[in-house]
Design a protein around this ligand. Structure first.
Ligand SMILES: [Zn+2]
Length: 170
């Protein structure tokens, strides 16, 4: 594996262990030239997925890009990088069973399904970016759905006039 720091062609594997519940092998490597350490992951890939965008443009599925967009949605939330990696792997496996080409919208839906069960704030953030602010109706719909789920755990009814003491504090 080439060193990402100095581009030297060889690196030594220092440590190798299962990761993501056995779905991946994580290897710690050290560059023989500059001594820099870095990590690589070995994962099963069933297919070379192609993503078809809304515009009809095609591009190769990029796992790292997907992981980054999920990580942004999870910023400052209590979601570990390992949890994000497992979500990405699970989304990738779902997509691989569908064929060689997947629509960008299918990826978005699969990620939202996963995030919904992990962290509702991350879910709303991802949904808002994915649905695109040019479609505010969608964002409102999703924010409402999540709001209703949160309310169902909180039995205090809202006062019809929107005033009066908040029941939940009594
Ligand atoms: Zn190096």
């Amino acid at each position: 594996m080439r060193c990402p720091f100095c581009a030297h062609e060889d690196s030594q594997v220092k440590d190798s262990r299962p990761s993501e519940d056995g779905a991946a092998i994580r290897r710690r490597r050290q560059c023989e030239a500059c001594g820099a350490r870095f990590t690589t992951f070995e994962r099963v890939q069933l297919r070379d997925l192609t993503v078809v965008k809304k515009t009809g443009e095609r591009e190769p599925f990029d796992r790292e890009k997907l992981a980054r967009s999920i990580a942004i949605a999870c910023r400052k939330r209590d979601v570990s990088p390992e949890r994000i990696d497992r979500l990405v792997s699970s989304v990738q496996r779902q997509l691989e069973t569908r064929g060689d080409e997947v629509k960008a919208s299918e990826i978005g839906e699969a990620v939202m399904d996963g995030l919904k069960a992990i962290d509702h704030v991350a879910y709303i953030r991802f949904a808002s970016v994915y649905k695109d602010f040019s479609e505010p109706g969608h964002f409102a719909e999703i924010a409402e759905t999540v709001g209703e789920e949160a309310k169902s755990e909180d039995p205090a009814p809202a006062s019809p006039e929107g005033q009066g003491p908040p029941d939940r504090l009594l």
